[in-house]
Design a protein around this ligand. Sequence first.
Ligand code: C5P
Ligand code: MG
Length: 190
Amino acid sequence: MINLILFGPPGSGKGTQAQKLVEQYELLHISTGDLFRNEMSNDTPLGKQAKSFIAKGELVPDEVTIGMLRNKVEANPNVRGYIFDGFPRTIAQSVALDTLLSEKNEEVSKLIMLEVPDDEIVDRILKRGETSGRTDDLDSSIIRNRIEIYKNETTPVYDFYSVKGKAVRINGVGSIQEIFDRLCDEIDNL
Ligand code: C5P
Ligand code: MG
């Protein structure tokens, strides 16, 4: 299996690139943000639990997010691999992911970080907010909060996989196709 973590700050293009990677490599794309939004639009208990955190740009508690991710993986065992988008966002989530994959005799193949400067991120997310229907995309102070949380709580995930020799960073600025080509270079030499 190829098990990728598509990593990077909010608005770095993870979802956009994941869609293209799915076509190229026939992997299952799991976006925890999309899973939460789906739960919220169906007004499920999980959606209700996540809502207030997401509205403020904060992280949903690990046990909630990990449980949801585990359900999604276990519901889709026979795939060629997974693209994890927006997960793991904390060290606890990274440990849980490694445990989950090891139960399948699998492991994370690579973590690829899309690097994008803060100002560009804010511009991109505000632009996305015009059409995404996401309230957390509309307010620049919430966006800044998401970036801060990424720096404080999520970047340690990069180091967690870096010490295992599994983390790489690529330039996340450029055309969608240019960034896709950079990602494919990394995946093809796995
Ligand atoms: O990944 P995405 O940016 O779509 O996530 C949207 C929001 O969902 C995050 O800002 C956060 O509130 C929540 N989330 C989370 N933990 C994750 C993924 C998403 O708390 N692992
Ligand atoms: Mg996304």
